[in-house]
Design a protein around this ligand. Structure first.
Ligand code: GDP
Ligand code: MG
Ligand code: K
Length: 271
């Protein structure tokens, strides 16, 4: 059995540190096709299993605005890795979880590596990892990549995902005022023979033109979907992309306010 694990996260979250920790000095470094965005791939030295680690470019979202975002999401949607290891900078958890909300919609087993836990401790912040994990519906493993802490647990939990079973995870937009529209469009897409319909429904509602082009919807399906989106926009009275971004932030704020307690601020730290 061989596995492909992709590392995804914001710039500066510690991806390369974790990548080097996992692969040793045995990485293959090149560029992603067609762009000057660095591509690193290497065999994991920390497991007896055959695991290839792919370091994706650092990104803040899965919107297709930068070459990095395009490379990362093309890889995730077209070359589906077995597991996404989403590296989250625990000292900046609120901002980092915005990408997480989008990754969790892809329908790929995802595990959160909550990195920089040494800094969290130093600041006196407290993160209730167990309940954060319950709330997000995916494994959350605290690590300190630069000190080799938590890595074994991270790999063990990533390996315990069952490849052959469909994944049910929670997502930030369920039980919100947009969820009926997501459901409606998912069903339209499913009836049209599409798979991964939750992800595509959300991207279409976000008016993602690149996704729309890829899907090549027939005119009648296209019209039905446009109508559903227009109806939702009319009902909410808000621009739909803004509404979705707001709902993502609300979801994160709720999770954070319940499970993260800030200690001293960085400015108050004494060494
Ligand atoms: P990338 O942009 O996601 O690839 O992030 P890097 O791996 O380059 O890390 C960004 C910075 O954070 C570097 O200075 C790392 O040394 C540092 N770093 C990475 N992991 C940790 C960690 O667990 N704790 C601390 N304190 N610093 C870390
Ligand atoms: Mg890096
Ligand atoms: K740092």
């Amino acid at each position: 059995m061989s596995y492909r694990f992709a590392l995804a996260g914001n710039p500066n979250s510690g991806k390369t540190t974790l990548f080097n920790n996992l692969t040793g000095n045995n990485a293959h470094v090149g560029n992603w096709p067609g762009v000057t965005v660095e591509r690193r791939e290497g065999k994991c030295k920390k497991s007896t299993e055959n695991i290839v680690i792919i370091d994706l470019p650092g990104i803040y979202s899965l919107s297709p605005y930068t070459p990095e975002e395009i490379v990362a999401r093309d890889f995730l949607t077209n070359d589906k890795p077995d597991v996404i290891i989403n590296i989250v900078d625990a000292t900046n958890i609120e901002r980092n979880l915005y990408l997480t909300t989008q990754l969790l919609e892809l329908g790929i087993p995802t595990i959160i590596a909550l990195n920089m836990m040494d800094e969290v401790e130093l600041r006196g912040d407290r993160i209730d990892v167990v309940n954060l994990e319950k709330q997000l519906g995916v494994p959350v493993v605290p690590i300190t990549a630069s000190k080799n802490q938590g890595i074994e647990e991270l790999l063990n939990r990533a390996l315990s995902f069952d490849k052959d079973h469909p994944l049910t995870t929670k997502n930030a937009l369920e039980n919100t005022k947009i969820c009926d529209t997501i459901q409606e469009i998912s069903e339209l897409l499913a009836a049209g023979g599409y798979t991964n319909t939750l992800y595509y429904a959300i991207k279409l509602i976000e008016r993602d033109e690149q996704i729309k082009d890829t899907l090549k919807l027939n005119p009648s399906l296209n019209l039905s979907i446009d109508k559903a989106i227009a109806r939702a926009e009319h009902q909410s009275g808000e621009e739909i992309e803004m509404l979705i971004a707001d709902l993502r932030y609300q979801y994160i704020t709720e999770a954070i306010s319940e499970h993260v307690q800030k200690g001293k601020t960085a400015g108050e730290l004494t060494f």
